[in-house]
Write a protein that binds this ligand. Sequence first.
Ligand code: GDP
Length: 679
Amino acid sequence: MMNLTRQMIEIRSLLQEIDRSSETLKLPSIVVVGSQSSGKSSVLEAIVGQEFLPKGSNMVTRRPIELTLVNTPNTAAETADFPALKMYNLTDFSEVQKILFDLNMAVPASDAISNDPIQLTIRSPSIPDLSLVDLPGYIQVEAADQPPVLKQKIKELCDRYLESPNVILAISSADVDLANSAALRASKIADPKGERTIGVITKLDLVEPKVARDILLNKKYPLKMGYVGVITRAPKKSLFRSASSHDAFVAQQNFEYTFLKEHKPEFAECSTSTRTLKKKLIKVLERTMSMSLAPTAQLVQQELDETAYKFKVEFNDRQLTPKTYLAENVDALKLSVKNFNEHFGRSELKSILRSELDQKVLDLLATRYWNKSSDTPSDTRILIDNLSQLSDMKTEDPYWAKKLDLATSSLTKLGVGRLTTSVIADAIVSEVGNITDQTQLRNHPLAKEAVKEAAESVLNARYLSTADQVENCIKPYKYEVDVDSREWSTAREQTIYLVKQELQQCQDSFQALKNAIGGRKLSQVMTYLEEGGTAEETVGFSQVLLKRGREALFLRDRSTILGMRLKALKSGPCKSKDNKFKCPEIFLNVVSDKLTTTAVLFLNVELLTDFFYKFPRELDSRLNQNLSEEQIEQFAKEDPRIKRHIELQERKELLELVLQKIDGILAFQRSKSSLTSRR
Ligand code: GDP
């Protein structure tokens, strides 16, 4: 036997998944209304058989609770899911209560209510398949001290739920005059003919059975579906009173049963008991949903046609899943990385490291040799002066020899291992970034970050050991660096080129200053500074101008020195390695070259080979294997176009599924009715 209500509730949930806010794409539900203390919570809990609604004197429901009850005949446990929170199979209903409380309280009191419903699914062998909505703050409409805007907001929300074809479960307490029932008042507005409303009269035990009977007989405020009388809480003093939630429900059932039995004659012809109510709800919901099926199917078909058309036009019906999409992109990335590997070898390593070390050499030279101090003749002066008479200079001048030694060890001891390893690791990470930017992944910030982290983690794992190895291998150079003539002459050419470039840069910077300030003004401030002017006496020069002036002086002097050094480097004596201490630029260049060559050897083996082997695997693990489906979807959907593609496709598939299910039920109903009519 087909469980129709269950299937329709499933369809209802699917429709909600397709479009939560749709006014048309939906199947009816039972909407529960009742003023505070009418016993609304007790009725809902009696139906579910669990205490799960938050209580408390100031507990006002601020969000609708869309409650889906699923009968699970073959299981023992009663479980609850909050699908929107991705929380499933909760078995502790006090936790459910707490979550509901928190979700409610998350709506600021100043907003009064939120239109965003809380979805809660409860599965149990002892509950019927039902779909109920607990409407929020219903009674607040009547609360006097609320600003009109909020009242309007609450009213609109309630009206939307109370609309046809939803069934209204209007809860009133037997001990309150029905004329004063807020629930009935509201239902009468939404359902004036009383066709969709079921009246529930609670707390039968609190009034004379005769009074209750009068209400239940449906005379005064007639409803087509009539009233059901219930007792949903055993009185505190009851014999059946008990501690646990489960026992409380047993007590309630027993109390209700006994009470109704005792007053059987008075309640003759009346519809009473929680059991009766449940049965009625099942029947009414099934009927109402069934009636909505055919029109809903039509709407779903329309929606499907539209969606399928868009999907064809925009994406040419191309199927795409987040998983395959991401996998394809990771593959593309891996391919590019492979390509990078083929073009990134020793010579690339060498040129990256060389330019880094050359810069260090230039810095060293600048601090140790190319300084000019105006008072004392600096080392530079002497060197330059001596160099102008290079040929007269002693080959082994101890002062200059010592100085070169110191400069050399500054270079060899600067932590070449760490420096070169970092430089190469950074270069790889940045190149991986560039490569990523050339793939689709550029539109996925999260995925991009994951790629970067993958690269960093592979490199970091090797960083220390690589740095140590390199440092070890360059150790000999800390004591001695031998140079042969061929090395010397290559280094000399290279040095001349570098110093020329440095000189050019100085001159360019000087020119830029001149252009910015004006030639005359610049020479004025320079003269002023050279004649001993200080920053304090600002004779017509601003602080900024004085600063520029000092920069200009520096650049001018540096250019002069570089010019002289360039001449020296080109001159005869610097052609011979024997004059190394007169030509420190060349010697340091040789050292830099040797350090680089050695570092490259080890970086290539220790870092690069390892990286290119492990990185693709790390990518797979971070972007394929170790991700949950949601994470994969999150990655894929970062690109708005992919997001739309996936969502449109999902929508189409869901609509197809829903349509199939509805068609199935409709076909079943047709065959059933043709069977009965043949009989
Ligand atoms: P809500 O505010 O409408 O959700 O109402 P509750 O379900 O919290 O019930 C309000 C009060 O009425 C509580 O103190 C319940 O114990 C009590 N109550 C609920 N149903 C019954 C009932 O059938 N009989 C009696 N005597 N008290 C009930």
